[in-house]
Design a protein around this ligand. Structure first.
Ligand SMILES: [Zn+2]
Length: 489
């Protein structure tokens, strides 16, 4: 009898517990739809690229171990992502940008089109704009470069810059920002650039160049395209380590976008904002050049933006989602390259005072002052290398290293050696050699001037953050964001 009572009681408790469990399971709240979405991309940044900045900071403080970036220490989710595209395991920015924008993988070079190269694929940015979100698209590269272009344009090739740029005004997105419009060499004329800017103005955009112009005319405009100063003749904004006072930096741009989009989002008819910014647009370009110092400092600029985004999150914790990921790794960066005596000596990079792009520019300016490279003396070139790379005084240069630099310098003077080309830069052979020596001194290796299939980070905070834990995939990241916003991508 006792036994039967006990069984009945156990059954009752079991059923009640089951019912309770069921009830509480159905009660698990769905994540709220985020009102403010930051979709941030650091181009060409693998997990090692972030590690480079952390170890560099540690070594500069004389310690062994990481000094964590703000984002790595404070964002609750650090996942990883794979980046393959349909044409290769090693993607380019166009295919990966499209996958990140839309949740659909495509082939290298494709901007917002499917593998048939024709069928348009629509981005989350386009879809949420239709839903009533104020949308911003920014980058440290040009506004029609692959990653931002994938947010708004459709073209079988990323290299059709003019056509891609001409699609920008039709989006009606509230904010665009970047260096300027980039043009393919066949169409690279001031008239064509002006035609693209005029197209924006006709569509109701205020086009500003430089910070002063933005403050005076752009900050309270209805829709804005924010460019860098017109006198910077470059398709990229300056590297973080090369920035000059008064120039628009990514931090200025990012703050301007947040203020602008937040103001918009509080106006009648708006549901919130969606900001895609390629805050690390030129980490990729530094890595294509195999320039570790420029890459490390660019990552620190990305980290400054991540701190700003986090401050916004702290003010709106229940309504904000921040995601940072990358479209692919660039350079095959390795931290440590000696087969005997394991070491990383990246603190030597502190003596490099500018990017290789800027160092090469300094050398060309010096040669121009002297009347051409054929008039440039080795002692003058040597002094410039000393100023830009810290060679001889701070960074010990061995006789065989100086011999090689001197040989390449002599061949440059006599016109017997071509410039060393990387994807986004072309440097004098002896300047490129100086950079190579610098990587050697830092014990940093690069396996390629192109991209790799290495894992990239996925760093997340806010509404729905748990969805991005662990191993992601670029297209999947977009679909997850889409779902949080009520979209099937
Ligand atoms: Zn890329």
């Amino acid at each position: 009898m006792k036994k039967r009572l006990f069984l009945l009681a156990a059954l009752f408790v079991g059923v009640t517990l089951c019912a309770f469990a069921k009830k509480s399971a159905t009660k698990t709240p769905e994540p709220k739809q985020p009102k403010y979405v930051f979709y941030l991309i650091t181009d060409g940044t693998g997990v090692n690229t972030l590690q480079l900045a952390e170890y560099y900071r540690g070594q500069c403080q004389g310690i062994i171990g990481r000094v964590p970036l703000f984002m790595c220490a404070n964002y609750p989710v650090y996942g990883v992502s794979a980046t393959w595209c349909t044409s290769s395991d090693v993607t380019d920015s166009a295919a990966s940008g499209t996958a990140l924008a839309s949740g659909t993988k495509t082939y290298s070079n494709a901007i917002g089109v499917a593998t048939d190269s024709v069928t348009p694929i629509y981005s989350i940015a386009t879809r949420v704009h239709e839903m009533g979100y104020a949308v911003g698209v920014g980058t440290t590269a040009s506004v029609n470069h692959a990653t931002p272009a994938a947010q708004y344009a459709h073209n079988r090739s990323r290299h059709n810059y003019y056509d891609i740029g001409s699609q920008l005004p039709g989006t009606g997105f509230e904010f665009f920002a970047g260096s300027r419009f980039q043009l393919e060499s066949a169409k690279n004329t001031p008239e064509n650039r002006k035609a693209l800017e005029d197209g924006c103005a006709k569509a109701g955009y205020t086009v500003t160049k430089g910070l002063k112009d933005f403050e005076a005319n752009g900050r309270n405009a209805d829709k804005v395209v924010m460019f860098q100063d017109a006198d910077i003749d470059n398709d990229d904004m300056p590297y973080w380590m090369d920035r000059q006072p008064g120039q628009v930096t990514i931090v200025d741009q990012f703050r301007a976008e947040i203020d602008f989009l937040y103001r918009k989002s509080q106006q009648k008819g708006y549901k919130g904002f969606f900001l895609m910014n390629e805050i690390g647009g030129i980490v990729d370009h530094a890595c294509h050049s195999n320039d570790a110092a420029a890459a490390a400092y660019e990552v620190m600029a990305v980290d400054s933006c991540m701190r700003i985004a986090f401050e916004f999150y702290q003010q709106h914790p229940d309504e904000t989602l921040i995601i940072l990921t990358s479209d692919h790794e660039t350079g095959g960066l390795t931290l440590g390259r000696q087969s005997g005596g394991y070491k990383l000596t990246s603190d030597v990079l502190k003596y490099q005072k500018c990017s290789v792009y800027e160092a090469n520019k300094h050398m060309k300016e010096l040669a121009a002052q002297k009347g051409g490279f054929d008039k440039l003396a080795w002692e003058d070139a040597k002094a410039q290398l000393a100023a830009d790379f810290g060679f001889w005084e701070h960074v010990k240069i061995r006789p065989n290293e100086e011999k090689r630099l001197r040989e390449l310098f002599d061949k440059t003077v006599s016109g017997d050696v071509a410039d060393t080309k990387s994807l986004y830069a072309s440097n004098k052979a002896f300047v490129a050699e100086a950079l190579r020596i610098m990587q050697d001194k830092a014990s940093i290796g690069w396996t390629t001037g192109g991209h790799t299939a290495g894992l990239v980070p996925c760093i997340v905070c806010g509404v729905g953050q748990e969805q991005f834990m662990g191993h992601n995939d670029n297209a999947e990241i977009a679909r997850k964001i889409g779902r949080l916003l009520g979209l099937e991508m």
